[in-house]
Design a protein around this ligand. Structure first.
Ligand SMILES: Nc1ncnc2c1ncn2[C@@H]1O[C@H](COP(=O)(O)OP(=O)(O)OP(=O)(O)O)[C@@H](O)[C@H]1O
Ligand SMILES: [Mg+2]
Length: 500
C-alpha cells in the first residue's frame, strides 16, 4: 500500500505540472479549448488522485523553534503504530531506567486506522527539495535544505475527520503521555550577585508517598480526597469566580512529617515543587517576579513561615511587639540592620495567596509550614486564607503501625502492645521512631543475627531470608522499646533546678 499511495500522490504532482504547462500554452491555441481543458485538469486530478497529504515539519518557520506538532506525532506513532513497522530506530532515552527509546525509522511507512478511515504516516528524511503536493504544509524558510517531516496521507473524503478529530486526538494523546512521563522538578530561588532572583531546578523524585506517611488514617484520606478534588476543579473555580489555587498550612513539632507530606503531595498530584526561600528576597517586587515565573501545576512551599513572619509582624506592629519575645527580637535586629529599605511584607505575600495577584496563574497549591502555630500573624491563619490547617502530630500507635509496615514489613509483633502503651505516655516524633526502625540497628545486634545465620547454613535461601528479616525486626523493636523507656524515665525525672 505504501507504494500505491506514493504513486497516487506522485501522479497528482504530474497532473498539477501538466495543468501548469497547459495554462502557459501559446496564444495560437484556441481560447475556448484552453479554457475547457484547464477546467478539466482539477477534476481529472481529483479523479486520479483522491489522496491528500499533510506535511508536518520538524522545525517551525524560523528554523530555531521545534514544531511541537512534530513531537506530538512522534509520541503518538511510538505509542500506537510501532507494531506494524519493520524499520525502527533505538536511542538511549533520558529516563532513569535502561529502556531504549524506540521510534519509527526514516522512510518507514505505517498505516493507522481511525473511525474506519485509513491514514498513512511516513517520516521523510532531510532533503534539499520538497516536491510533494501539500494541502497544508508547515512553511519552511529560504534555505535549500528541508528539515525532516512527517507526511500524512489520507483519502479526500476523510479530510474533515482527519482535521477535526484525528489530528486533535494525536495532540491530546501527546499531552497526556507527556504529562504522565514528565520528570518532576524541584525549584529554589537563587540570586545572581545578590541582585536579581531566579529559579534554579533539579530533577525531583521524592521517595515519600501517602502510603508510607504515618498519621491518622482518616485525616490522610481526607487530604488525598481534597487534593484529588482540587485537581479536577478547574470548571468549579471559574464558575464561582475564584482563582484555581489552594492553601495548606502544615503545623506541628519538628520531625512530624511536614516536609515528607509535601513530597507525598507532589507525588500524588505529579506537580513540580517551588521551594521559596523568603529570607533572601529583597522586596515585594522580587517576590512578585518569582511568583510570576512559577508554572501551573505546581506546589509553592514556604517552610518555617513563623521565622519569616516575625519580621513581617514587626513591620506592622512596630518594635514593641518584637520585644515581647526575645527569640523574635534576635531575628528582627539582624534583618533590620541588613535591610533598610524595601522588604518583603506580609501583605505582599498575601496578595499572591489570595489577593489581586493570586489570579495570575492557575492550578497552584501554596504550602506553608511552621513549628509554632501560635507565633503566626492572625492575618495569615484566618479562615479562608489558608484553605486547610493540617496538624502533624506526635507518633501514636496507629502511626507507629504504618511505620513498622513500611520499614520492617510487619503488621504484628509481640512487642507491639508495650510499644503502643509507651507511645501513649510520651511524645515521640515519627522521625525518632523511624530512626529506630531503620535496619541500621544491625550495627548493634547484627553480630547475633549473623551467628544465627551461620548456624543455619544449608537451610533453603528463602527460609534464611525470612528468619533474617524476623531477627532484624526483633532487634529494631527491642531497640525502640529501650529508647522509649529511657525517654519516659527522663521525662519523669524533675529537672535539677526545680529540685533546688
Ligand atoms: N509522619 C511521618 N511519616 C513517615 N515518616 C516520617 C513522618 N514524620 C517524619 N518522618 C521521617 O522523619 C524524617 C524527618 O521528617 P520531616 O522532615 O518530614 O519532618 P518535618 O516535620 O518537616 O520537620 P521540621 O519541622 O524540622 O522541618 C523524614 O525523612 C521521614 O523519614
Ligand atoms: Mg521540614
Amino acid at each position: 500500500m505504501a507504494l500505491s499511495v506514493d504513486k497516487w500522490v506522485g501522479f497528482g504532482s504530474a497532473m498539477a505540472g501538466f495543468g501548469l504547462l497547459w495554462s502557459r500554452m501559446p496564444e495560437h491555441v484556441h481560447d475556448e479549448a484552453r479554457h475547457i481543458i484547464s477546467s478539466l485538469v482539477p477534476m481529472l486530478m481529483s479523479y486520479f488522485n483522491p489522496y491528500e497529504q499533510i506535511s508536518i515539519s520538524e522545525y517551525g518557520e524560523d528554523r530555531f523553534r521545534r514544531n511541537k506538532m512534530f513531537d506530538a506525532v512522534s509520541t503518538y506513532l511510538r505509542s500506537t503504530c510501532l507494531d506494524v513497522a519493520s524499520k525502527l530506530k533505538a536511542e538511549v532515552g533520558n529516563k532513569s531506567n535502561d529502556d531504549p527509546l524506540i521510534s519509527l525509522d526514516e522512510d518507514q511507512e505505517v498505516l493507522d486506522n481511525f473511525n474506519g478511515a485509513r491514514v498513512w504516516w511516513r517520516l521523510c528524511p532531510k532533503s534539499t527539495k520538497n516536491r510533494a503536493v501539500t494541502v497544508i504544509t508547515v512553511p519552511v524558510g529560504d534555505s535549500s535544505e528541508q528539515p525532516r517531516c512527517y507526511k500524512l496521507v489520507f483519502h479526500q473524503r476523510h479530510r474533515k475527520l482527519v482535521l477535526d478529530s484525528y489530528l486533535p486526538g494525536v495532540v491530546r494523546l501527546w499531552r497526556e503521555l507527556t504529562a504522565k512521563n514528565r520528570q518532576r522538578q524541584l525549584f529554589t530561588n537563587h540570586s545572581r550577585d545578590g541582585k536579581s532572583h531566579y529559579w534554579i531546578n533539579v530533577p525531583y523524585n521524592p521517595p515519600a508517598t501517602f502510603d508510607m506517611l504515618a498519621m491518622d488514617h482518616s485525616k490522610k484520606v481526607e487530604i488525598m480526597e481534597d487534593l484529588a478534588a482540587f485537581r479536577e476543579a478547574k470548571e468549579y473555580h471559574s464558575k464561582v469566580g475564584k482563582a484555581w489555587k489552594r492553601g495548606y498550612l502544615l503545623h506541628g513539632p519538628p520531625g512530624t512529617g511536614k516536609s515528607t507530606m509535601i513530597g507525598a503531595m507532589a507525588n500524588f498530584l505529579g506537580y513540580d515543587v517551588y521551594d521559596l526561600d523568603l529570607t533572601s528576597i529583597k522586596d515585594n517586587a522580587e517576590l512578585r517576579k518569582l511568583f510570576l515565573d512559577t508554572t501551573d501545576k505546581s506546589i509553592i512551599v514556604i517552610e518555617d513561615i513563623d521565622a519569616i513572619e516575625v519580621e513581617l509582624t514587626t513591620k506592622r506592629k512596630g518594635k514593641e511587639a518584637a520585644q515581647e519575645n526575645s527569640d523574635k527580637r534576635t531575628v528582627v535586629e539582624v534583618r533590620d540592620k541588613t535591610n533598610d529599605n524595601g522588604k518583603v511584607t506580609l501583605s505582599g505575600l498575601l496578595s499572591f495567596v489570595d489577593g489581586l495577584w493570586s489570579a495570575c496563574g492557575s492550578e497552584r497549591i501554596f504550602v506553608f509550614t511552621t513549628n509554632h502555630l501560635d507565633r503566626l500573624d492572625p492575618a495569615l491563619i484566618r479562615r479562608g486564607r489558608m484553605d486547610r490547617h493540617i496538624e502533624m502530630s506526635y507518633c501514636r500507635f496507629e502511626a507507629f503501625k504504618m511505620l513498622a509496615k513500611s520499614y520492617l514489613g510487619i503488621t504484628e509483633h509481640s512487642l507491639f502492645g508495650e510499644i503502643g502503651q509507651l507511645l501513649d505516655e510520651i511524645d515521640t516524633t515519627p522521625a525518632d521512631v523511624a530512626d529506630n526502625l531503620m535496619l541500621r540497628a544491625r550495627g548493634k545486634r547484627g553480630g547475633e543475627i549473623d551467628r544465627l545465620l551461620d548456624e543455619m547454613n544449608g537451610a533453603p535461601a528463602d527460609h534464611m531470608l525470612r528468619v533474617k528479616r524476623r531477627r532484624e525486626a526483633d532487634a529494631c523493636l527491642a531497640g525502640l522499646v529501650e529508647t522509649l523507656k529511657k525517654a519516659k524515665m527522663k521525662s519523669a525525672t524533675p529537672p535539677m533546678d526545680s529540685m533546688e
